[in-house]
Write a protein that binds this ligand. Structure first.
Ligand SMILES: Cc1ncc(COP(=O)(O)O)c(C=O)c1O
Length: 368
């Protein structure tokens, strides 16, 4: 079945009680026990399981072609659970240019907790091969990376992970299952910040973990979800499900707009460098669309980058991405001292406005 059909029909059943076509929101925190003390409908308490959360987990699991999923209250909570599912003392390999919140989480929470984390340049295959030693228990991939939009060959890395029996985790937030299915390319787990394209309307924070197979590792993630308790509310799950219904069309439109903007920026005399995924060679088979993020460096340094961002009218100056509206962000000042991003770099989250209006806006901001 095509993804356009799957997103409409997965996790959506007409209500047996009311005939309602749109699924409702099950807000109840607790569920009635039978005379014999059993739980006849399978639900006990909403931190453990909730009917609306179950629908979202079933839906993302089908879209990523996995077997099970666990929903969290944010993408960071999802990453935290995956990291904590390791034993203290385990080694983890993480890309040097991973999303800065993920780097901070590993550096400032998981290293003191007991993980040994190596931050590696994933484009340097030799260095990467040397770092994946027998003690490595997890390789964390983010492709494309945020905000430098570097691509990593998931299949090749999965070969390295298999050799040492490490879990391969892929953050698929930027691509979404519309464009890239890491589990089919050898990843064991997929992570999403559903705050971004899955939610799609800038009004809900969430995270998801999907597993390719039933494993003890995933059971541990599930245990951390249920007992750590960083779960999304039923309303949040419902909003993410609503966003997912239109995901394929939105991702295509974001990507079309972003590609046109990247091409425009490449030809502009005030632009030093443009970052947008180049879908060539093996990576073309991995990823169908370039996505909605474009980063670029402005000639004239940090002050000029701030001035360009200040002059845009349709791009709002704000962090995050994946919503229908366009955003512009001076990334280094947002990430702080540990940033790996040049200080003249602006990141665009290209929205669903008409691309010509967005290009006109960038044009007046670059050459006032
Ligand atoms: C690639 C990536 N992964 C994870 C996260 C964290 O998600 P959240 O903000 O929902 O905690 C983000 C946030 O920007 C992100 O860009």
């Amino acid at each position: 079945m095509y993804i356009e059909t799957k997103v409409i029909h997965t996790g959506r059943e007409v209500s047996l009680f009311t005939g309602a076509v749109t699924p409702g929101i099950e807000m109840s925190t607790t569920f009635e026990r039978g005379d014999d003390g059993s739980y006849p409908k399978g639900f006990i308490y909403s931190r453990l399981h909730n009917p609306t959360r179950n629908l979202l987990e079933q839906c993302i699991s089908e879209l990523e072609v996995g077997t099970r999923a666990a929903a969290f209250s944010s993408g960071s909570a999802a990453i935290m659970a995956v990291a904590q599912a390791l034993e203290p003392g385990a080694e983890v390999v993480v890309p040097r240019d991973v999303y800065h919140g993920t780097a901070r989480l590993f550096r400032e929470i998981m290293i003191p907790w007991g993980l040994k984390v190596k931050f590696i340049d994933f484009s340097n295959i030799e260095q990467l091969e040397q770092s994946v030693t027998r003690n490595v228990r997890m390789i964390f991939v983010e492709t494309p990376s945020n905000p430098l939009l570097k691509l990593t060959d998931i299949k090749a890395i999965s070969g390295l992970a298999r050799k040492v029996n490490a879990v391969l985790v892929c953050d698929n937030t930027l691509s979404t299952p519309v464009s890239q299915r890491p589990l089919s390319l050898g990843a064991d787990l997929v992570i999403h910040s559903s705050t971004k394209y899955l939610g799609g309307h800038g009004d809900v924070t969430g995270g998801l973990v999907v597993t390719r197979e039933e494993t003890n590792f995933f059971n541990r993630v599930r245990f951390l979800q249920e007992n750590g308790g960083a779960v999304p509310s039923p309303f949040d799950c419902w909003l993410i499900m609503r966003g997912i219904r239109t995901l394929p069309y939105r991702v295509r439109a974001h990507s079309d707009n972003a590609l046109k903007i990247a091409e425009y920026l490449m030809g502009h005399s005030k632009v030093l460098e443009v970052f947008y995924p180049k879908l060539t060679g093996i990576l073309k088979a991995q990823m169908a669309l370039g996505g909605g993020l474009v980063s670029f460096r402005v000639k004239g340094g940090v002050d000029e980058a701030f001035s360009v961002a200040a002059r845009t009218k349709l791009f709002t100056r704000a962090t995050s991405f994946g919503s229908y509206e366009s955003l512009i962000e001076h990334r280094a000042s947002m990430e702080g001292d540990e940033t790996t991003v040049p200080d003249d770099l602006l990141r665009l989250s290209v929205g669903l406005e008409h691309h010509k209006d967005l290009i006109d806006d960038l044009n007046q901001a670059l050459t006032p």
